[in-house]
Design a protein around this ligand. Structure first.
Ligand code: A2P
Length: 272
């Protein structure tokens, strides 16, 4: 049985969602379709991924009620810098064939994010977005946001996997009532942690795949986790993670694999 987490505004988010970064529109459509068939009810896309319309098509054709599916998309940096929040949201709504977004995130702390946040607060109050949040924000960005916000971010979506668990930022978010959510949970392109000997050893012990072990580790550390795949077998098996529990010892062993090895940009040093 899949788990949900209640955000700081009372909205419930399914704890495992499908990620579709680096998928074409057609790949994202198929991936979302297979995910919904496998029981996922949460899909995470972004304007910058260029595949919102594929996700929208899969949702529209799924036969499920829109209210049973949680959709996240993100405001891209150029729209933040150009003060185009409302136009960007309207465009995402159209691409996704929906009247509202469950969760809208500022994708990176680009210059102008505070102004964008004020506009997102208005859209949130209008009901076009059920929850608003940020992505790739360090604590100092969250502190800058807190100076001007009247709505607290519901989510901070961050890079996190066994080789860069980002635990300090995750702890900061939790202490401040912001739900951490993680991208590249398996280690991103190439997914190096899947071949880690310690992960393989734990996988054998539980008779699960390395990916299932890592996804389960994220679930038990209390983050929302967004494994990406465009392959049906992987999408299905990545969701088969609700029938076992890792011991404290195994959780600690995975925590100990951290080597501060980012696969994406540092939020303090990005140039896109
Ligand atoms: P693919 O889409 O070809 O399946 P992330 O850490 O960003 O979620 O990325 C995981 C990467 O690992 C993706 O590139 C994905 O590629 C691949 N992947 C996803 N699930 C599995 C799995 N169960 N086993 C092996 N590789 C996986």
């Amino acid at each position: 049985m899949q788990t949900t987490i209640t955000l700081n505004n009372g909205i419930k988010i399914p704890q495992v969602g499908l990620g579709v970064f680096r998928a074409t529109t057609e790949e994202a459509e198929n991936a979302a379709k297979w995910a919904l068939e496998a029981g996922y009810r949460h899909i995470d896309t972004a304007k910058a991924y260029g595949n919102e319309s594929g996700v929208g098509k899969a949702v529209a054709e799924s036969g499920l009620h829109r209210s049973d599916i949680f959709i996240t998309t993100k405001l891209w940096n150029e729209d933040v810098r150009a003060h185009r929040t409302k136009e960007a949201l309207e465009n995402s709504l159209k691409e996704l064939q929906t009247e509202y977004i469950d969760l809208y995130l500022i994708h990176w702390p680009a210059d102008g994010f505070q102004d964008a946040w004020k506009e997102m607060e208005e859209l949130y109050h209008d009901g076009k977005i059920k929850a608003i949040g940020v992505s790739n924000f360090h604590p100092h960005h969250l502190q800058d946001l807190a100076k001007i916000s009247t709505v607290k971010p519901a989510i901070d979506q961050l890079e996190s996997h066994p080789y860069m668990n980002n635990q300090k930022v995750i702890d900061y978010c939790k202490e401040n009532g912001i739900q951490p959510e993680v991208w590249s949970p398996l280690g991103g392109k190439g997914a190096a942690p899947l071949a880690d000997p310690k992960i393989s050893e734990i996988a054998q012990k539980y008779q699960k795949t390395p990916a299932q072990i890592i996804i389960r580790w994220h679930i038990q550390r209390g983050v929302v986790v967004l494994p990406k795949s465009i392959h049906q077998d992987r999408i299905t098996s990545n969701f088969d993670v609700f029938d076992f529990t890792l011991s404290d010892e195994d959780m600690q062993a995975i925590n100990a694999l951290d080597r501060n090895q980012r696969v994406g940009s540092d939020p303090d040093n990005f140039d896109f």
